[in-house]
Design a protein around this ligand. Structure first.
Ligand SMILES: C[S@@+](CC[C@H](N)C(=O)[O-])C[C@H]1O[C@@H](n2cnc3c(N)ncnc32)[C@H](O)[C@@H]1O
Length: 197
């Protein structure tokens, strides 16, 4: 297990070091921005795992959500975030493996993290989300709703597959094609709001 974790950290760090980050859109995605904009409770404790450059965290903290936490396995991604956001509270930034993280949150944000996880680890991802969410906590974000036809990340999937793995643990408050995706992802992703059962 430790070998795979180290491999993952090196793999992802290399992507950031060599600027091979084609998933990085450079700003908070519109579906998430619009979701955040209608949240009323600024004290909500929020985790962004696999955050990368964490534009969502930047947006949240700049809009008064001071209880926002960032987590990524890549040293380089975390370091870049620290440099870009020097006033972001240091104790709210984790350079850590998601599967080893221990804490609980009201809201966890999914943005191209699930698709970076090995297919064999999907159930572990779901179980870890359940563990990290407080009772009635929510997992909110975006999932690609199609396959990419390749054996490398991003790993796609189908809405039916997601229903099968998430529905034993979550109530689906919303799960449909996002209407407000950024242009290159239009029609290709589902917006989800899953509440822990
Ligand atoms: C496809 S990128 C998405 C980054 C960011 N969410 C975005 O949309 O720009 C996947 C991210 O997950 C991180 N990651 C992959 N496996 C991880 C793990 N087991 N624990 C924590 N972070 C991980 C990678 O370092 C990378 O930053």
């Amino acid at each position: 297990m430790a070998f795979f974790m180290e491999f993952d950290a090196k793999y992802w760090n290399g992507k950031y070091i060599h600027n091979k980050t084609k998933w990085d859109i450079g700003y908070v995605s519109t579906p998430l921005k619009e979701y955040f904009d209608q949240l009323k409770n600024k004290k909500t404790k929020i985790l962004i795992p696999g955050a990368g450059n964490a534009y969502e965290a930047e947006y949240l903290i700049n809009n008064g959500f001071e209880n926002t936490f960032v987590l990524d396995i890549s040293e380089k991604a975390i370091e870049s975030f620290r440099q870009r956001m020097p006033t972001f509270p240091a104790h709210q930034i984790f350079k850590e493996n998601f599967f080893e993280h221990q804490n609980t949150y009201d809201l966890i944000v999914e943005q191209t993290f699930f698709c970076s996880i090995d297919r064999d680890s999907r159930n572990a991802y779901v179980e870890k989300m359940v563990q990290l969410l407080k009772p009635k906590g929510k997992l909110v974000g975006l999932l690609f709703n199609h396959e990419f036809g390749q054996n490398d990340q991003p790993f796609g999937g189908t809405p039916q597959e997601y229903k099968n793995i998430f529905s034993p643990h979550f109530r689906f408050q919303h799960f449909d094609v996002a209407y407000n995706s950024i242009k290159p992802r239009q029609g290709r992703e589902h917006f989800l709001c899953f509440q822990k059962k």
